[in-house]
Design a protein around this ligand. Structure first.
Ligand SMILES: [Zn+2]
Length: 217
């Protein structure tokens, strides 16, 4: 096993364990993946294995068509959605799908998350949209998700959860947690009153900064 693949498998185990610990999922739900640099291949968490007992050697390697290249476990049922992101976005090195409470609430009510604080557009690339509902695990959900994601770092999946990406697992995990924090701020702001939008110039400047930092045209 190459050093880089071993390192990525260890990172997937580490961030996988944090998923239930940080309330981003309960039990086995959600899934994480990482692109192997220089190869058209992706390491992805397997289905049916608890994060707390997952070992690096349990993580299968698949090509961009989803065929298993290494490993004896079954890749996540959301494999198609992860691969659709890697195929659509060359800048993405890691993808995390979670079911966090506040992000899922926005997906349930179908409410996009506007940039609310200065940090948000820089980290997420602008307003986070709600991808049209499609059944979990289907190619239709994969298409709906990448359409909703666009060139941003996150999207809500209607009546389901969140999908976040980054240049590596550290960034994708941070985006997942940051999106949940912003979603919580937005939901509570809506309950207390009318959230005040950021000025258009700030959103424009911060969105441009996101594109520069993420090398997006
Ligand atoms: Zn899910």
């Amino acid at each position: 096993m190459s050093d880089i693949k071993q390192k990525l498998r260890e990172e997937l185990v580490m961030y996988g364990r944090l998923m239930p610990e940080r309330n981003l999922v309960v039990g086995k739900s959600g899934n994480l993946s990482a692109r192997v640099p220089g190869e058209d291949a992706v390491l992805i968490t397997p289905s049916m294995i608890e994060y707390q007992v997952l070992k690096p050697e349990d993580i299968p390697l698949v090509n961009l068509e989803g065929e298993v290249l290494e490993g004896k476990t079954v890749p996540s049922t959301e494999k198609v959605m992860h691969l659709a992101v890697y195929n659509a976005r060359k800048d993405v090195g890691a993808v995390i799908h979670a079911h966090p409470i506040y992000g899922t609430i926005l997906g349930v009510v179908g409410k996009p998350l506007p940039p609310l604080i200065d940090e948000m557009a820089i980290r997420l690339g602008g307003q986070v949209e709600v991808a049209e509902y499609k059944l979990a695990g289907t190619p239709e959900l994969a298409q709906s998700a990448i359409k909703g994601l666009g060139n941003r770092a996150a999207v809500f999946l209607a009546n389901h959860g969140t999908l976040c990406c980054g240049k590596d697992l550290k960034e994708a995990f941070h985006v997942t947690e940051f999106l949940e924090r912003m979603s919580q701020i937005y939901v509570i702001s809506l309950l207390l009153g009318k959230p005040r939008p950021l000025p258009e110039e700030s959103i424009k400047f911060e969105t441009e900064l996101y594109k520069v930092l993420h090398k997006i045209e």
